[in-house]
Design a protein around this ligand. Structure first.
Ligand SMILES: C[S@@+](CC[C@H](N)C(=O)[O-])C[C@H]1O[C@@H](n2cnc3c(N)ncnc32)[C@H](O)[C@@H]1O
Length: 386
């Protein structure tokens, strides 16, 4: 089948409460990537108390476990909605950190990942192997408790979880067009070895500073690489990705960068301008990431060849060697322009990222463009980039 040279994706923000996703139909979403506010992490106390006022009282009365449970009860309806809107066979990835906190005299772990996992199972999801995101802390209070004296010293919490769950059994790719989208969305063999490891190292947390700290002191954002990987791992180009806790919009940025459509839901209307503003950076961010991926692959090929080891297959669009037959049709679509087509709606136009683009500087950061007028696609010309 021929490769489409151009492509468009659509992205929609909804400012509202994800506990009732009225605007989203049943069985309509291909992937959820999200990170909720973390129960029992202090920065979210005010938000949970707004969602469920008794939470504030429980915290002041030192009822830590009861507050933990009520905070989760405020998240539970979102997980039911996620199940409703996902297509059968679609996946949900939930980034969640546990909390450690002293309430009254009791220092405790509040196991957020276990509570959410258990809720997802009752909701009907199938659990898949999950990822530990190792996130070393430099905090001065890293070693907590009784110092060098047993038994009251506490293990340092230096990881978060990424839960991976599926609605029902495996997704079907029987249509010819779906098979082609899937083959073009392949990742490199050597990327698979890192991305599908159950411990992610070296992924640095995102900056937590907010330009407008009237909204909130810290953003709670995850780094771009986190949704970027998950979207590449668990969806194909042209899919529809949802983040019901959008925050600053990192998941939408990654959906745009990977050629997926996106929907984001966020309670905080004050984030509207920040999210819309950051989306214009997508062509530049994607250019850097795609350049790095191609450069890393070429280096991998060079090292393997230098070590006298063979690489049997050849990628058709780029002409370079690849390890498996599954990578033969892999091709990168790169976002060229992001156009705002309504207050909360965006259109992204793509072309194909060429090998020589790696050597070009990324496009400058621009404001969102007016609606795109381009239509139609250019036919494939066989081996494109040799
Ligand atoms: C941990 S932050 C998400 C950060 C996001 N991953 C990013 O990279 O910016 C959680 C977000 O969920 C929002 N939120 C909390 N409860 C919500 C609800 N019921 N509906 C929609 N958004 C909600 C909060 O305002 C907050 O911005």
């Amino acid at each position: 089948m021929k490769i489409e040279h151009t492509m468009q994706t659509r992205h929609q923000l909804h400012f509202g409460d994800a506990r009732k996703m009225k605007a989203i139909g049943d069985n309509s979403i291909d992937l959820v990537v999200t990170s909720p506010p973390y129960p029992m992490i202090q920065m979210w106390d005010t938000l949970f108390s707004r969602l469920d006022p008794p939470v504030a009282k429980l915290l002041t009365q030192n009822h830590g476990m009861a507050a933990f449970e009520r905070m989760h009860a405020a998240l539970d309806p979102v997980w039911s909605e996620v199940h409703r809107v996902l297509k059968p066979g679609a996946i949900a990835c939930i980034n969640i950190g546990d909390a450690v906190r002293k309430i009254g005299d009791d220092f405790m772990l509040y196991p957020n990942h276990a509570r959410i996992l258990s809720r997802m199972l009752t909701t009907g999801f199938q659990p898949l192997p999950l990822i530990l995101w190792r996130k070393p802390t430099n905090a001065p209070n890293k070693f907590m408790g009784s110092g060098m004296l047993p038994p009251g010293a506490y293990v340092t919490l230096e990881h978060e979880h990424i839960l991976v769950l599926r609605k029902g059994s495996k997704r079907d790719f029987s249509e010819t067009e779906d098979k082609q989208r899937r083959r073009e969305s392949a990742f490199f063999w050597e990327e698979r070895n890192t991305w599908f490891s159950d411990v992610w190292m070296g992924l640095i947390g995102a900056t937590q500073r907010l330009a407008d700290n009237d909204i909130r002191k810290r953003s709670g954002a995850f780094p771009f690489e986190l949704p970027y990987r998950l979207i590449n791992m668990f969806s194909v180009k042209g899919d529809l990705v949802l983040d019901p806790f959008l925050g600053l919009g990192t998941t939408l940025l990654a959906a745009m960068a990977t050629g997926r459509n996106g929907i984001g839901i966020e309670l905080e209307t004050d984030f509207r301008e920040t999210v819309a503003g950051s989306l214009s950076a997508v062509p530049s961010i994607a250019h850097r990431r795609l350049s790095d991926r191609l450069a890393d692959h070429l280096e991998f090929v060079q090292q393997r060849t230098a070590a006298g080891r063979t690489i049997k297959h050849r990628n058709r669009p780029y002409g370079f060697p690849v390890m498996t037959a599954q990578e033969v049709e892999l091709v990168f679509h790169r976002p060229k322009t992001v156009s705002q087509i309504g207050e909360d709606a965006f259109l992204v136009d793509y072309d194909i990222f060429q090998l020589e683009d790696c050597r070009r500087p990324p496009p400058p950061l621009t404001e969102n463009r007016p609606p795109s007028t381009r239509s139609g696609t250019r036919p494939s010309q066989g081996l494109l980039f040799e």
